[in-house]
Design a protein around this ligand. Sequence first.
Ligand code: PFF
Length: 446
Amino acid sequence: MKREKFSSSFSVFLATLGSAIGLGNIWRFPYITGMNGGGAFLFVYLICVLLVGIPVMISEFFIGRKTRLNPVLAFEKLGGRKWSVVGYMGIIASLLIMFFYSAVAGWVYSYTFKSLMGKFNGVTLETSKEIFINTITNPKGVILWQIIALLVVAFVLAMGVKGGIERATKILMPILFILILICDIRALTLENSFEGIKFLFAVDFSKLKSSSILTALGLSFFKLSLGVGAMITYASYFTDDDNLMLTSLNVALSDTLISLLAGIAIFPTVFAFNMEPSYGPGLLFITLPLIFSKLPFGNVLLFMFFLLTSIAATTAMLSLVEVSVAYFMEVKKIDRRKSVFIVTCIIALFGSLAALSVEGNVLSNVKILGKSIFDTFDYLSSNILLPLGGILISAFVGYFIRWEEVVLEIVKNHEYRNSVYLRVLLYVLKYITPILILVIFIKELF
Ligand code: PFF
């Protein structure tokens, strides 16, 4: 089987950015930034991206492109059999994330459809809450929409790296960008929109808590799709001459920009209507439909907003599912379509358990160590496997691989081999990145 590749550095950038941009940009990043001191938090977040995000991303890129293999075989090739455990951990983590992520993606798909059908015309706070509760507690509905979201992802992946992932991200990423800009312009031209901008950007160090640093670290990890093998898998399809250092910088910065643009679309609107900014589901599924319904052409805007959220979630899921698809293709020697089918069935099975375990739905009484199935999947992946993967990946590249070999791969065909950045990178990768992640990991566990 000949291994596929992306066709250009720009395609590499769009696909990788597609993985990074997701639900995280829209329902986590803006709110966390606002609550933790706006500009002050942003500053801390950017430092985390520089000291942890980018070094881990470059390490994953190195492992993927050097070996051109899925995470399990990639670790085995570079470090011997015992290191393949890190690859398996990535596969498990990416599946666990998919189980709950696809449930939320299903809600977003259903909201996109509902807003297209004008279901939110004239909603009040009560009816908006009611629609949300009905949406997430209706067993047939949640499963139907989750499966639709999974089928879209499966359809794209079945067409391969170039014909599927590359083509889809080339079409979808520009649409996402245009939609977000339209929502931004509308938000900024509302009266009183400045309050929202202040919430998001005003530098307020007094709101920066000690926990904010850990929050920023965890967020940078999830945001940049690190620690689960997604970036290893995508990098195994990168072009030969892609500058891995530049790509990681571009992706990290563009992803942060999109998070800020999402915040600019959301908070000025929330404040213009004197609403409270809230976190996650409440903001996205209850407050926003209510506010948009009060705007002229609000239903069109709401549809655009949910469409862009669906796109973001979908391109992120492509990379999450591809981790296991690549594994089945290369380790189990199953062809792409069958691999996609098998992985989609596994996710549909466990993912529907996650969707049905949400408060008020049929499995909400099932608890694992006091948590719902949904929360257990989230906890195991985000709080345990992701940081553990990050520590192992950065330590592996920092300590077990000859640095010259790494440098040769990450700046292939480019001039600055002896640049000071590369020396700083090695230092950060060895002495800062794994230790910082270890700190969050221990803190989150206890
Ligand atoms: N980066 C995605 C987001 O911010 O929503 C989530 C994600 C995608 C995490 C892919 C991990 C991953 F491998």
